[in-house]
Design a protein around this ligand. Structure first.
Ligand code: NAP
Length: 335
């Protein structure tokens, strides 16, 4: 099979590799569409990791291990491949653990499914695992303001959709160029707003104060976690507030009145497997019910041959409310 190997310098080499074998608890998936994430360039560039960096899989089950009871060959599935392990989604075939695999409803395309796994799981781990907010099946019954910084990013937009399902309002969202997209996700009748980060940190702080007037600000999900976002949001959080982010704070110390944490989505393959199991199945239901939508996708020309350009664009900050995805059949040399 063809497989793309990413290394430092954002070199992408397409090699011939053997088709992997699933173990007892794994699923072998013939990848139809692979998704990408910022970590795909970061691990190569910042940690010098070489390998098949793709973790978002959408495709058809080819083979299952002996303990796999929910999936069978021919099923349309999405999956979150285990980060830093071999046999990722940048290939014709990929391996996923059964707990991190989910059925794709008939109306959901492979492109949509490939845009979901890693980012959506980051959003739900942040909202429910770290912030302890009400689950969608036991929604909030009173006002509960939540700040979502980076609301148009894949992680942020998924957090907005889940928070809304949990009846958490007002959602005080921060976005920039993709502000119109976030407007389509929020409910203005419940006080939700979007503040533009391009107006500068002082304007964001003023916007946060205005949007939360009369309410306690006790929860923040910082899906940006850079460009001074932790400090900006922290300025308005009340005593006892919780903030969770997606990157470790860089040269910023939170004031003692706030507790902070950082999501590590990879934990759903180690210490938080049950969390992943439950939420991936819930995502199938959410897609089928129609209240949860995939981040808009851009199909990058050339299949695996398009990975280099996509990772360069991600690194350059060119992705605005979009997931770069790759149709494996578009790869040169793939039948
Ligand atoms: N810790 C973990 O387990 C984990 C898991 C997943 C992701 N992450 C990290 O989380 C971050 C987001 O990932 P992603 O996949 O959601 O990214 P993404 O979709 O590629 O993010 C793109 C978005 O970032 C927004 N943005 C850029 N600069 C911003 C700023 N100064 N303030 C607010 N928003 C800004 C842009 O908004 P506009 O278009 O509106 O300008 C754009 O839509 C990345 O750093 C990623 O590495 C961590």
């Amino acid at each position: 099979m063809k497989e793309a190997i990413v290394s430092k310098g954002l070199k992408v080499e397409i090699v011939d590799s053997p088709i992997p074998k699933p173990n007892a608890d794994q699923v072998l998936i013939k990848v139809v569409v692979s998704g990408s994430n910022p970590k795909d360039w970061k691990l190569a560039e910042l940690r010098n990791v070489t390998g098949n960096a793709g973790d978002d899989i959408a495709g058809v089950v080819q083979e299952v291990g002996e303990n796999v009871i929910e999936f069978k060959p021919g099923d349309r599935v999405g999956a979150f491949h285990q980060v830093l392990q071999p046999h990722g989604s940048y290939a014709e075939y990929a391996i996923a653990w059964q707990h991190a695999t989910f059925h794709i409803p008939p109306k959901t395309t492979f492109e949509e499914a490939a845009a979901i796994p890693l980012a959506a799981m980051t959003a739900v781990v942040g909202l429910y695992g770290h912030l302890g907010l009400p689950q969608p099946w036991t929604p909030a019954t009173e006002s509960m303001a939540l700040v979502i910084h980076g609301a148009s990013s894949a992680v942020g937009a998924y957090a907005v959709q889940f928070a809304r399902k949990s009846n958490i309002h007002p959602l005080i969202c921060i976005a920039g160029k993709s502000r119109p997209y976030v407007e389509t996700l929020i409910d203005r009748t419940k006080g939700d707003v979007v503040i533009d980060y391009r107006d500068g940190d002082d304007a964001v702080v003023e916007g946060l104060k205005k949007a939360s007037a009369g309410l306690k600000l006790l929860y923040a999900f910082d899906a940006t976690s850079e460009h001074n976002s932790y400090a900006t949001v922290s300025k308005v959080l009340d005593e006892g507030a919780k903030i969770t982010g997606v990157l470790p704070p860089d040269n910023y110390e939170f004031p003692p009145r706030i507790s902070n944490s950082v999501v590590l989505v990879g934990n759903i393959h180690t210490t938080e497997k049950d969390f992943g199991f439950i939420y991936f199945r819930y995502i199938t239901r959410a897609l089928q019910e129609g209240w949860f939508k995939a981040q808009p996708q851009e199909v990058v020309p050339g299949g695996l041959g398009g990975i280099k350009k996509a990772l360069e664009d991600l690194k350059a900050g060119k992705a605005h409310a979009v997931k770069y995805v790759f149709r494996i059949a578009d790869t040169e040399g793939v039948a």
